[in-house]
Design a protein around this ligand. Structure first.
Ligand SMILES: [Zn+2]
Length: 284
C-alpha cells in the first residue's frame, strides 16, 4: 500500500537516498534512472518499466499503464520538446504522479505545458502536487539556498547557473528562487508586449508589487526592458523610474528565451533589500 507521503516528504525521502548513495553534490539528477530504480525497489510488482519519447501534440508528458497483460507503468514525454530542462521537469512531474497519485488518482495522466508550471495553490491539486514534488526533487531547497542565499540579489546569469546545475529550465529555476527569496522581486513572463503571467516573492507581495493576469490582459509598460531588443547589459539589470512598472523605482533584468518565444523579466522592487523575514518552505 502506498504510504501517504506529501510531495515534499517524497522528495525529501528520495533526496536522502541520493545523498547516501552519491553524496550531497549529486546534481543534475538522472530522473530516468531514478524513476526506474526507485519504483522497482519500492514497488517491484508495479514499477515504471518504460520511459520513452513519443509524439504528444498538446502535451508535455504522460503517465500511462502498461499494455494489457503487462504490469507497471510508462512515462511518455513529448519528442518535439527540444529543451532538456523542460524534459527533466516533465519526467520528474510524471514520476510524482506515479508516487503520489497512481493509487487514488485518475487511471492515467496526460499533462500540458501549463500543468507543469502552475505551482500556485489555486491550480488543480494533483498537478500542483506533481510540480511540488518535481521542484523539490530536482532543486532541493537547502542546496538552492547554498547557491543563492535568501538575501542575495542575483543576476540572470546567477539563475542560469542554477538552472544548469539542476538540469532544469531557466523558468523552473526562477520559480524556485522567487518562492523563497527574502528580497522583493517579481518574475514576469511576457510575449509580444503582453504579460502572460507573473509571480511575486513574499516580500514583493507585502509591497503590493504583483500582477493579476488571470482575468485581464496587461500590457508590458512602454519603458520596460521587455519591450526592447535585449543585449548583454540587460541580463545584469537596468534601473527604471517610478513611472514604468510600479510607482516606485525598480531594477529590471530581462532575458529572451528563444526556446519558449518568451521574454523573462526579473523586477527588483524599490531598494530590493533583504527585509529580514525568511520564507518557511520555499514553495507556495
Ligand atoms: Zn500532471
Amino acid at each position: 500500500m502506498t504510504e501517504p507521503l506529501s510531495p515534499h516528504r517524497w522528495a525529501f525521502r528520495l533526496t536522502h537516498i541520493l545523498n547516501q548513495a552519491l553524496g550531497i553534490d549529486h546534481f543534475p539528477i538522472d530522473v530516468k534512472a531514478i524513476a526506474r530504480d526507485i519504483s522497482k525497489s519500492l514497488y517491484p510488482n508495479d514499477p515504471i518499466s518504460a520511459i520513452m519519447a513519443e509524439s504528444l501534440p498538446g502535451f508535455e508528458g504522460a503517465l500511462v499503464r502498461a499494455p494489457s497483460g503487462q504490469t507497471g507503468w510508462g512515462i511518455v514525454y513529448n519528442k518535439d520538446v527540444r529543451s532538456t530542462g523542460r524534459i527533466n521537469f516533465t519526467l520528474a512531474h510524471e514520476f510524482g504522479h506515479y508516487l503520489i497519485h497512481r493509487i487514488d488518482g485518475p487511471p492515467e495522466f496526460h499533462c500540458t505545458k501549463r500543468d507543469t508550471y502552475r505551482w500556485d495553490s489555486g491550480y488543480a491539486q494533483i498537478e500542483r502536487e506533481a510540480n511540488e514534488f518535481a521542484a523539490n526533487l530536482l532543486m532541493p531547497l537547502d542546496d538552492f539556498r547554498r547557491q543563492l542565499p535568501d538575501s542575495a540579489i542575483p543576476t540572470v546569469d546567477h539563475i542560469s547557473s542554477c538552472a544548469e546545475r539542476y538540469g532544469v529550465s531557466f523558468m523552473a529555476a526562477c520559480l524556485r528562487w522567487i518562492a523563497y527569496t527574502a528580497i522583493p522581486a517579481v518574475f514576469v513572463v511576457s510575449r509580444d508586449g503582453f504579460i502572460l503571467w507573473a509571480r511575486s516573492s513574499k516580500a514583493a507581495m507585502r509591497r503590493r508589487a504583483y500582477f493579476k493576469t488571470a482575468n485581464q490582459t496587461i500590457e508590458v509598460p512602454s519603458g520596460a526592458l521587455a519591450r526592447r531588443c535585449l543585449s548583454e547589459v540587460e541580463r545584469i539589470g537596468v534601473e527604471l523610474s517610478n513611472t514604468v512598472w510600479f510607482d516606485r523605482i525598480c531594477t529590471e533584468m530581462a532575458f529572451s528565451a528563444d526556446a519558449y518565444d518568451y521574454v523573462f523579466s526579473i523586477l527588483l522592487v524599490g531598494d530590493a533589500e533583504f527585509d529580514g523575514e525568511c520564507s518557511d518552505d520555499g514553495v507556495r
